[in-house]
Design a protein around this ligand. Structure first.
Ligand SMILES: *[C@@H]1O[C@H](CO)[C@@H](O)[C@H](O)[C@H]1NC(C)=O
Ligand SMILES: *[C@@H]1O[C@H](CO)[C@@H](O)[C@H](O)[C@H]1NC(C)=O
Ligand SMILES: *[C@@H]1O[C@H](CO)[C@@H](O)[C@H](O)[C@H]1NC(C)=O
Ligand SMILES: *[C@@H]1O[C@H](CO)[C@@H](O)[C@H](O)[C@H]1NC(C)=O
Ligand SMILES: *[C@@H]1O[C@H](CO)[C@@H](O)[C@H](O)[C@H]1NC(C)=O
Ligand SMILES: *[C@@H]1O[C@H](CO)[C@@H](O)[C@H](O)[C@H]1NC(C)=O
Ligand SMILES: *[C@@H]1O[C@H](CO)[C@@H](O)[C@H](O)[C@H]1NC(C)=O
Ligand SMILES: *[C@@H]1O[C@H](CO)[C@@H](O)[C@H](O)[C@H]1NC(C)=O
Length: 453
């Protein structure tokens, strides 16, 4: 009886304190969210049976590899925004381990799922590391090197026989979506190009960013609809990109808004990019917020967000923070939305056996009985990004950054090959790879695998 009463009382004080202007409170609250996030990371598990043989960088099933890249990128921002460095060795180990010997984020273990978007989110995580001057890797390849390697590989994968250009969704022929060109893959490429331009000062990257933006607009994946700019999911190559999937996801808007903000800054307050970033933000601000609180409008109202989609808001908010920092004209509007969202997200982190598990739906500022890696990532991102204005702009090579790179990174590491960098292929093996592809295709068709990301 006493125990029962105790828990009832305890539950009334559960949840996390929300007071973004008090650093100590912010640190304590976000640390609790990180602890919950790392419950899904076997390397960090306190149970030897789980930890034994765990691979650095990857989260437990069913979470796909791409989402791990998102988690580490959000944690790089979290440690920076909240000035808590105790997990930096773990973050560094994770990002460096998955980089692979060629530093290009093409680990053989992921060839069954890795698409351009998956590789792209890891590249954005290391781009964030370079921009935050995060602890440099111990090995030969800097964070910048990896970001450049992925960029260079994407340049090689630009496909011009259909749709007038664009990246395919998938890298490998055997994965579903090889004949689909989507905004998230091209949006990662755009965002990466814009950030590399600003970080390195090399305008070749900005030329690519311009080209990708133009490609999305000519194919009406990103288009003006009356007073609105809309951004769709993607389009089929069979239809030369005329058959589109007309779903709007918050993270796609985030990628375009942030990339446009970086270009606005790179081009010294360019009015073209100010118009673009403002227009796309205006659409996003009506499409993904209710009472200034962020929600994933394409899946949350129906209660059907899958594991991938549950972290989209976190990506979106992280990217919006960059735009608020780089585009003074948007600062007030974006921060109003981020601040209201973060308070509501903190309110949702009041569930689970630990009393501070975060939920998916933040609109009521309370826990909704949903939980998972995506929920933790999203709430952590929302709470951390409230600090963006009091921190430096993303560093560049000339101003605060110390990451080593190479313009030739990734160029000769077999990006167009069927297998990954871990497995250099000779001509003979390539023929073998074709057979493997055929066998895998049959297998995939047989089990009806449909991999969304
Ligand atoms: C944060 O946690 C530390 C260590 O547990 C504690 O000393 C401190 O009082 C806490 N700060 C706040 C504002 O709760
Ligand atoms: C790939 O999987 C093997 C077997 O689980 C593991 O030992 C290895 O560390 C993994 N490599 C990467 C880069 O994840
Ligand atoms: C496919 O679309 C591109 C750009 O949208 C266009 O330039 C090209 O002519 C189209 N090809 C065909 C066969 O219609
Ligand atoms: C931005 O301004 C700086 C300083 O005037 C100049 O060096 C740089 O070339 C300009 N950048 C672009 C992309 O025009
Ligand atoms: C948002 O919150 C941050 C942190 O408390 C604060 O510095 C900023 O002024 C707030 N901005 C707006 C527009 O509410
Ligand atoms: C960036 O990191 C390097 C290497 O650790 C360090 O020497 C430098 O002072 C850091 N720069 C800033 C702005 O913190
Ligand atoms: C970056 O490269 C330079 C020159 O090769 C080297 O001296 C330096 O140690 C490298 N820095 C890091 C952080 O790897
Ligand atoms: C700028 O980047 C491009 C594309 O990677 C590269 O070819 C070129 O050599 C770079 N220029 C400089 C000055 O580093």
């Amino acid at each position: 009886m006493w125990v029962h009463t105790f828990w009832l009382l305890a539950s009334t004080v559960m949840g996390v304190a929300w007071s973004p202007d008090d650093l100590s409170t912010l640190q304590n609250s976000t640390s609790l969210i990180v602890t919950g996030l790392l419950d899904y990371y076997p390397v960090a598990s306190s149970e030897d049976s789980v930890r034994l043989g765990a691979t650095p960088g990857v989260f437990q099933q069913p979470y796909y590899w791409w989402e791990a890249g998102v988690a580490w990128g959000v944690m790089v921002d979290w440690q920076y925004y909240t000035e808590q460095y105790g997990k930096n060795d773990m973050i560094k180990e994770a990002m460096e381990y998955q980089m692979g010997t060629n530093g290009n984020y093409m680990p053989a273990n992921q060839s069954m799922t890795e698409g351009n978007d998956d590789q792209g989110f890891w590249a954005l995580a290391v781009m964030t590391a370079a921009e935050r001057n995060f602890t440099n890797p111990s090995g030969n390849h800097g964070w910048l090197y990896s970001a450049q390697a992925v960029f260079n590989e994407m340049v090689q994968r630009w496909e011009t026989t259909t749709c007038g250009g664009g990246l395919r969704w998938q890298i490998y022929t055997w994965n579903s979506g090889y004949n689909y060109k989507n905004v998230v893959s091209n949006g990662c490429f755009f965002n990466l190009a814009a950030r590399l331009a600003r970080y390195t000062g090399n305008s070749s990257y900005a030329d690519w960013a311009d080209k990708i933006f133009d490609w999305m607009t000519t194919n009406t994946l990103l288009f003006e609809d009356g007073d609105d700019w809309k951004l769709y999911d993607g389009a089929t190559m069979e239809s030369n990109c005329s058959t589109k999937t007309e779903i709007e996801w918050s993270y796609n808007y985030g990628l375009v808004i942030s990339g446009s903000a970086y270009l606005y800054d790179f081009y010294n307050s360019s009015s073209t990019w100010l118009t673009r970033v403002t227009d796309v933000w205006n659409r996003a601000s009506t499409q993904f917020f209710q009472n200034s609180i962020a929600y994933e409008s394409a899946c949350q109202p129906s209660g059907k967000c899958n594991n991938d989609q549950r972290c989209f808001k976190g990506i979106f908010l992280q990217l919006l923070g960059q735009a608020a920092r780089l585009v003074p004209a948007l600062e007030s509007d974006i921060m109003t939305a981020i601040n209201a969202t973060a308070a509501a997200a903190a309110g949702s982190c009041s569930g689970g056996y630990d009393g501070h598990t975060c939920g998916l739906n933040w609109l009521d500022s309370s826990y909704d009985n949903m939980y998972g890696l995506g929920e933790q990532i999203s709430a952590l991102s929302a709470m951390s990004v409230t600090q963006v204005l009091s921190k430096n702009k993303p560093y560049t090579a000339n101003n605060g950054g110390s990451s080593n790179g190479s313009v030739d990174a990734g160029v000769n590491t077999g990006s167009s090959s069927l297998l990954s960098d871990d497995t250099p292929i000779s001509g003979k093996d390539k023929a073998g790879a074709g057979v493997i592809t055929a066998v895998l295709m049959l297998f995939l068709i047989g089990v009806g695998v449909w991999i969304l990301i």
